[in-house]
Design a protein around this ligand. Structure first.
Ligand SMILES: [Zn+2]
Length: 166
C-alpha cells in the first residue's frame, strides 16, 4: 500500500521504498520533473535509486517495459529534515504497535490493510479501523473499560458505535 506523508512524500506503508516489493526503508527522494504539474516526491532506498534511475543510454537500451526510469527526467536528492523525521516515525511503527498491546495490533491491521488474528480471533482491516477510531475517541475512563473487554466484545462495540448504531 502506498502512503502520502504530511510533507507530500509518497512511500509504501511503514515508510518503505516505492520499488515493488522492496522491504527497505526509503532514504532518498526522486521527483519527476514536469512543467505541466507538480508531481509528488517518491521515497526510495539507496539501492533502488541506483538501479531504477538510469542514464539515457541504458534507458533507451531496455528491451521490455519494466521499471527503469530515465534519471535525467527526475530530481534525485536526500530527504530533507521534515521528510527524514516523518520517515523515522513510520519506520518505528512496528515497535510502537508492539509496545502498545492489543490496540497496537488493531493499528497494525488498519495501517497495513491486512487481516490478522488478535487473541485467536481474525480481525479484518475495516473492523480494526473501527476499534482504533473508537479507542482514540473514548474518554480515559471508558477507554479503560473498553480495553478490559475481550477481542470479540471490543470489535462488536466498536463496529456498533462507529456505524452509528445506538
Ligand atoms: Zn528499494
Amino acid at each position: 500500500m502506498e502512503k502520502t506523508l504530511k510533507s507530500g512524500l509518497q512511500v509504501k506503508t511503514l515508510g518503505r521504498c516505492m520499488a515493488s516489493f522492496c522491504p527497505e526503508p526509503a532514504t532518498m527522494v526522486a521527483t519527476f520533473i514536469s512543467s505541466h504539474y507538480t508531481p509528488e516526491p517518491w521515497g526510495y532506498c539507496g539501492g533502488h535509486v541506483a538501479s531504477v534511475f538510469v542514464d539515457d543510454e541504458s534507458y533507451e537500451r531496455r528491451r521490455v517495459g519494466g521499471s527503469l526510469r530515465r534519471r535525467s527526467g527526475y530530481e534525485i536528492r536526500e530527504t530533507n529534515e521534515t521528510e527524514a523525521a516523518e520517515l523515522a516515525w513510520e519506520h518505528g511503527a512496528e515497535e510502537r504497535w508492539k509496545a502498545e498491546g492489543r490496540i497496537g495490533e488493531y493499528r497494525r491491521i488498519t495501517e497495513l490493510h491486512a487481516a490478522d488474528t488478535v487473541d485467536g480471533m481474525l480481525v479484518d482491516a475495516w473492523t480494526a479501523g473501527a476499534c482504533v477510531a473508537l479507542h482514540d475517541a473514548l474518554s480515559e475512563k471508558n477507554r479503560e473499560r473498553w480495553l478490559a473487554m475481550t477481542t470479540a466484545q471490543q470489535c462488536e462495540v466498536a463496529v456498533h458505535l462507529t456505524m452509528g448504531g445506538r
